[in-house]
Design a binder for this molecule. Structure first.
Ligand code: ATP
Length: 238
């Protein structure tokens, strides 16, 4: 079998004396949708930060597209084909919605194709079209999440990485965002999704890793985990 698109082995992340990630292995194959679930403080965000080059890995290996990216700076990621939508979304609040979207496509030369993809995205996110000229900071939390997702998609990533897209959003908005994530994935996007809303995360993905206190404690097909009594009790509030 060829190497996974994303291949993490023995990853450790430390904050001083605190070991937040204690040597995890995680893989995402091209075309696969994978979620990393777990309670508050399990180490999910720390894992993504190491993956994105926002934190140094204390140990381990991170390979993307067959190349080591441990230690690669965050600004290099788009060029390598990884788009990260961080917790808190990271949109440029003073720039307009349109400028934010253009920023997502800044490495692309195929302007006409970008324009047509943007048009396609507006079918998913009509609110963004209505607000193109407005400063992005005036959008609601849910609309900002949509903008962040649309901007990431316009970079045409080989891997889309989402950190807690449901965070702080009203249930209806969460449902909408996940509808779009699901549609994007059906169209073939490779996804790594970090979520506290385990039920939703398991519903839109193929495979899942459960993280607890810095370790992967369980992994398997998402459908299987959705049915697992232990998971249901610990993470699905049953
Ligand atoms: P959440 O869902 O709440 O974001 P998480 O699974 O993403 O949780 P992390 O944010 O990765 O968890 O945190 C893992 C552990 O590392 C926690 O114990 C947290 O307190 C600790 N931690 C995170 N950031 C720092 C920091 N900057 N300095 C010290 N400790 C930190």
């Amino acid at each position: 079998m060829s190497e996974a698109l994303l291949h993490i082995k023995g990853l450790k992340v430390r904050y001083g004396a605190i070991e937040a990630v204690k040597g995890i292995d995680l893989q995402v194959q091209a075309g696969e949708r994978v979620t990393l679930i777990g309670a508050n403080g399990a180490g999910k965000t720390s894992t993504l930060k190491a993956l994105a080059g926002l934190l140094p890995a204390a140990a381990g290996e991170i390979r993307f597209g067959g190349r080591s990216i441990a230690g690669a700076a965050a600004h290099r990621l788009p060029g390598q084909g990884m788009a990260l939508v961080p917790e808190g979304r990271g949109i440029f609040t003073r720039m307009s919605v349109l400028e934010n979207l253009q920023a997502g496509a800044y490495l692309r030369r195929d302007r006409e194709q970008v324009a047509s993809e943007m048009d396609g995205l507006f079918d998913h996110f009509p609110r963004l079209r209505e607000r193109l000229a407005q400063p992005a900071g005036l959008l609601s939390g849910g609309e900002q999440q949509m903008l962040a997702l649309a901007r990431a998609l316009l970079s045409r990533p080989r891997l889309l990485v989402l950190d807690e897209p449901s965070m702080g959003l009203a249930p209806l908005m969460v449902e909408k965002i996940f509808e779009v994530i699901d549609r994007v994935c059906q169209a073939g996007m490779t996804l790594l999704l970090v979520e506290q809303n385990a039920r939703l995360a398991l519903q839109v993905t193929d495979r899942a890793y459960v993280m607890d206190s810095g370790r992967i404690t369980l992994s398997g097909p998402s459908a299987q985990l959705l049915d697992d009594a232990q998971i249901r009790a610990a993470y699905l509030g049953e």
